[in-house]
Design a protein around this ligand. Structure first.
Ligand code: CU
Length: 132
């Protein structure tokens, strides 16, 4: 266990592992939905895939993209986000985002909400996102 831990620290310090940063989400009322945004950096030489997100705040969390059709904007669920080797993927308003539906409680500015991001290669990464 200690060896594994030391190994992980080494990997982190080399920046050779998937990194999630700049995570934040919008306030929302119980029963309603909100959106979560973050950036994923993939410094490795293999693509990785984000395929699921889980959290205590909602049991209905989807990966969404925004699209334009006939001058109207809409959004729809996508199965997964692929992060190419040595590149990053940015989720932001008007683009890719995480739809957090049917909130189990109100979330207000300056709350911090925990999410678990599930990747095919990197496994699961837990983040704490600030509400703003
Ligand atoms: Cu959406």
């Amino acid at each position: 266990m200690i060896t594994l831990f030391a190994f992980l620290i080494l990997f982190y310090s080399q920046g050779n592992i998937l990194q999630v940063k700049n995570q934040w989400l919008r306030p929302g009322a119980k029963g309603m939905g909100t959106a979560l945004y973050f950036e994923v950096e993939n410094p490795t030489d293999k693509p990785d895939t984000l395929y699921k997100i889980t959290s205590d705040i909602s049991s209905m969390i989807q990966l969404h993209e925004t699209y334009a059709k006939d001058e109207l904007m809409g959004m729809r669920e996508v199965g997964e986000f692929v992060i190419e080797p040595e590149s990053s993927l940015e989720l932001k308003p008007g683009g890719y985002h995480i739809m957090v539906m049917k909130l189990k409680r109100d979330i207000k500015k300056s709350d911090e909400i925990e999410f678990k991001l599930h990747f095919k290669n990197a496994g699961s990464i837990i983040i704490r996102a600030k509400v703003k």
